[in-house]
Ligand binder design. Structure first.
Ligand SMILES: Cc1cc2nc3c(=O)[nH]c(=O)nc-3n(C[C@H](O)[C@H](O)[C@H](O)COP(=O)(O)O)c2cc1C
Length: 317
């Protein structure tokens, strides 16, 4: 099947991360060359009910194009309503079949659906034939190591109209621990014709190269490796285009935070997210633990900005 998946400028994707990939962080990742960025997961049930705070979570803007909104849910009618609400706000709708959080599994959504391939098929088929933008799916290996069914799930997604599959190479039971098993990314890639994004444990340019070589995946999706380090996308693209790339100094990392802060102010990002990113951008810089203690106590945006400026001076000295 010829995929209708979009042509991207880079084969790197910023993974959806709840509480992390707000619009400001996504814009910064785009600025540094991420081929695609994805919203955090959004509840289809809440969106279908017209829940105001859920509607506000759809924080996409034109500069982010191509925009991807990720939905989670299990009820086909609500997923359809939610997707119809989203379709003119984005270029792709991604379905979450991988979340291992207990409150999501309890409602039969996220990775709980890996146990119900037929329901996944029905969801993907209905949405693919109802909305005008491509549907993509994000999956895991399966529920547990003895019950890996990623190939079956990937085929079901493809047969029912999915245009791309992202596979996080861990099981539901693994959560975010243990090693991602890239062999399964290779298996999935060999068993479907639509593009495959490999995901799990890519933190450096070397990891990116290794994942592409070892699995043959079309795209590399990066989550935690990009936290506080969206410059990784530029390093990867530079390496691909020129064979070399530059390391980021502590001072430059702080500058990157200020760039994030600029976008965050423009898009009214809440203080909790900003503080999270302030921590992430300074992680590992000598002296940063003292700074982080002060940061945690700050209650105002101006205070965060001032503390970061103080810390910047200290790093320069
Ligand atoms: C804090 C956090 C929030 C996440 N939220 C989502 C989410 O909303 N939707 C989703 O599909 N995956 C979510 N994930 C999973 C990531 O997209 C990714 O699959 C996982 O972190 C593995 O990739 P990595 O090793 O590059 O981090 C989240 C992960 C983290 C750490």
């Amino acid at each position: 099947m010829e995929s209708k998946f979009l042509q991207l400028k880079s084969d790197t994707i910023l993974a959806p991360m709840a509480g992390v990939t707000d619009i400001a962080f996504r814009l910064l990742a785009k600025e540094y060359g991420a081929g695609l960025t994805v919203t955090e997961m959004i509840s289809a049930n809440a969106l279908a009910r017209g829940n105001n705070s859920t509607i506000k979570m759809i924080d996409v803007v034109d500069e982010e194009k191509p925009r991807v909104i990720q939905l989670f849910g299990q009820n086909i009618s609500n997923l359809t309503k939610a997707a119809q609400y989203c379709e003119d706000k984005c270029e792709i709708i991604d379905l979450n079949f991988g979340c291992p959080a207990s409150k999501i599994i309890r409602q039969g959504s996220g990775s709980a659906l890996l146990e119900r391939p037929q329901q996944i098929g029905r969801i993907v088929k209905t949405l693919s034939s109802t909305v005008n933008v491509p549907i993509t799916c994000k999956i895991r290996l399966g529920i547990r190591k003895s019950k890996i069914n990623a190939i079956e799930i990937a085929k079901v997604c493809e047969q029912n109209g999915a245009q791309m599959i992202a596979i996080h190479a861990r099981t539901q039971k693994q959560g975010y621990t243990g090693k991602a098993d890239w062999d399964w990314i290779k298996e999935v890639k060999q068993n479907v014709s639509i593009p495959v994004a490999g995901n799990g444990d890519v933190r450096t340019v070397k990891d990116y190269i290794r994942m592409k070589e070892e699995t043959g995946c079309d795209y590399v999706m990066i989550g935690r490796g990009a936290m506080g380090n969206p410059y990784l996308f530029k390093q990867i693209n530079d390496y691909v285009n020129t064979g070399k790339y530059e390391e980021r100094t502590p001072q430059q990392k702080i500058k990157d935070f200020f760039k994030y802060l600029g976008y965050a102010k423009k898009h009214n990002i809440n203080l909790t997210h900003i503080k999270f990113h302030a921590q992430a951008f300074t992680k590992g810089i000598p002296g940063s633990s003292k700074f982080r203690n002060k940061l945690m106590r700050s209650k105002k945006l101006e205070e965060v900005s001032m503390l970061m400026k103080e810390f910047e001076k200290q790093v320069k000295e």
